[in-house]
Design a protein around this ligand. Structure first.
Ligand SMILES: [Zn+2]
Length: 118
């Protein structure tokens, strides 16, 4: 299951970062491209299931969707297709390469520093 693997990796990244900064992770912000083939709901569900009984149990996964941007192979125009099929608004071409929209990465971590009185 793709989403569970992704969620596990995001938890690993967050855990490593939290250990470095000696704090608790409050939130993980992930960027998911619209063409990445990831079901956002499944990812959040897997994240919430996997974080139980880990130091990250209080962390919330926030998702930012990245819209698709493609480049026409015919004329080189870049456009954000409103939907399928992708047709170039300049030349009507249907050949394209994806510029943006396939990415999956952790963009930001909110870490709460451990504040202790000594
Ligand atoms: Zn074109």
């Amino acid at each position: 299951m793709h989403e569970a693997t992704l969620a596990a990796r995001m938890l690993q990244i967050a855990q490593a970062a939290a250990a470095d900064r000696q704090g608790r992770v409050r939130a993980v912000t992930a960027v998911i491209g619209d063409m990445a083939g990831v079901m956002t709901d499944s990812l959040v569900f897997a994240f919430d299931a996997l974080k139980k009984n880990t130091p990250l149990h209080g962390a919330q996964l926030k998702i930012e969707r990245q819209r698709v941007l493609v480049c026409c192979r015919g004329c080189g125009a870049e456009y954000a297709p409103p939907g399928f099929p992708f047709v170039c608004p300049q030349c009507g071409g249907r050949e394209f390469r994806i510029v943006r929209g396939e990415e999956i990465y952790v963009k930001n971590l909110e870490v709460e520093e451990d504040v202790r009185d000594h």
